[in-house]
Design a protein around this ligand. Structure first.
Ligand code: NAP
Length: 307
């Protein structure tokens, strides 16, 4: 396969931690440009504005959008209209409707749109899906507790409307859930919002499935010390536990063989395959659960949050 030139837009934490290293390791992509108002990447063309990049570098057919969800839609529209294949960081947009509109726009323009869910590429997620096949699920419990100061230092956008608050990590759990169990829907939610912020710092979410099981989820950003990203699925054949955000899997306490941690390498391999096949991959199921949680959620004021 020929190497495809790609640009990364939004040179922040995830672009530096994961996208740039994975592109550097990829045999399918070659970094050709970066678009960021403040960040730059050495050794490639740097732009502060996406439109300037799209005009100047028509030879770059793919763009990875690593900006926060709220500004992503306008950038995706510009890139798709300019005929580029687009990779969206999670969550793919600020609303379900705009992501569906992007999928339609990509179809009309004959380009690939890939709405990534990096946690689905964690090594134990596919083995868990295979283990669950044919088993009867009785109950699911999700505990996603982390320290926002540790993982999102200084990120103001995450507390604004369209920033998702604790749903930003919580949606990772929902992306795993929707990949490995039958469809679920939200029945109840409690959203704990700090008095001085707009988005929740804690969420309790109840879901149900027509398949006959309930899901209870707790997302919390106030967890100091050990961090917990765990999904427990009780079935007629034992209890499956996915730990460390989908990295490890056990059944009735027996640890199963895991694969290597390479979520973003998997994302770029999948993106290359989609482009090659002329297909898109846009699944809004996790985003719909978050949207429904905001629809039915009961908001509770909690103590102000200060960095
Ligand atoms: P971040 O560190 O704040 O970086 C985002 C970058 O986007 C900023 O550096 C900023 O660069 C650019 N940007 C463009 N428009 C912006 C706007 N209106 N407001 C703020 N920044 C804007 O955020 P991040 O942690 O990388 O997260 C970006 C996306 O990746 C989010 O959707 C997040 O859920 C996802 N993600 C993050 C992680 C993680 O560990 N942090 C993990 C997986 C996925 P310029 O100012 O230079 O333009």
């Amino acid at each position: 396969m020929n190497t495809m030139k790609i640009a990364v837009a939004g040179i922040g934490k995830i672009a530096r931690d994961q996208h740039l290293p994975s592109i550097a390791r990829s045999s399918a992509f070659e970094l050709a440009a970066a678009v960021s108002r403040h960040g730059t990447v050495e050794g490639v063309d740097n732009f502060t504005d996406l439109d300037a990049f799209l005009k100047a570098r028509e030879d770059v057919p793919a763009v990875a959008l690593c900006v926060p969800p709220a500004p992503r839609y306008a950038m995706a529209v510009a890139a798709i209209r300019a005929g580029r294949h687009v990779l969206l960081e999670k969550p793919p947009g600020a609303t379900v409707g705009e992501v569906e509109a992007l999928a339609e726009l990509a179809r009309q323009n004959g380009v690939t749109l890939f709405a990534t869910w990096h946690s689905r590429f964690a090594p134990a997620v596919e083995p868990a899906r295979r283990w669950l096949a044919g088993k009867t699920i009785r109950h699911v419990e999700i505990v996603w507790k982390e320290d926002v100061r540790r993982w999102h230092p200084g990120q103001a956008w995450i507390w604004e409307a369209g920033g998702f608050g604790v749903f930003d990590p919580g949606i990772n759990a929902l992306s795993i859930l929707t990949a490995i169990v039958p469809p679920v829907f939200v029945t109840r939610a409690t959203l704990e919002v700090p008095e001085n912020r707009r988005m929740p710092i804690g969420v309790a979410l109840s879901m149900e499935s027509l398949a006959g099981f309930a899901v209870e989820a707790v997302f919390d950003w106030r967890q100091e010390g050990p961090q917990t990203w765990e999904i427990r699925i009780d079935t007629d054949a034992g209890a499956l536990v996915l730990a460390d955000g989908g990295s490890r899997m056990s059944v009735d306490g027996d640890e199963r063989q895991g694969g290597l941690e390479a979520e973003y390498d998997g994302i770029y391999q999948h993106f290359a395959a989609l482009v090659e096949k002329g297909e898109s991959d846009v699944d809004v199921a996790p985003l719909k659960l978050v949207a429904d949680a905001f629809l039915v959620g009961r908001q509770v004021d909690v103590a102000p949050f200060h960095e």
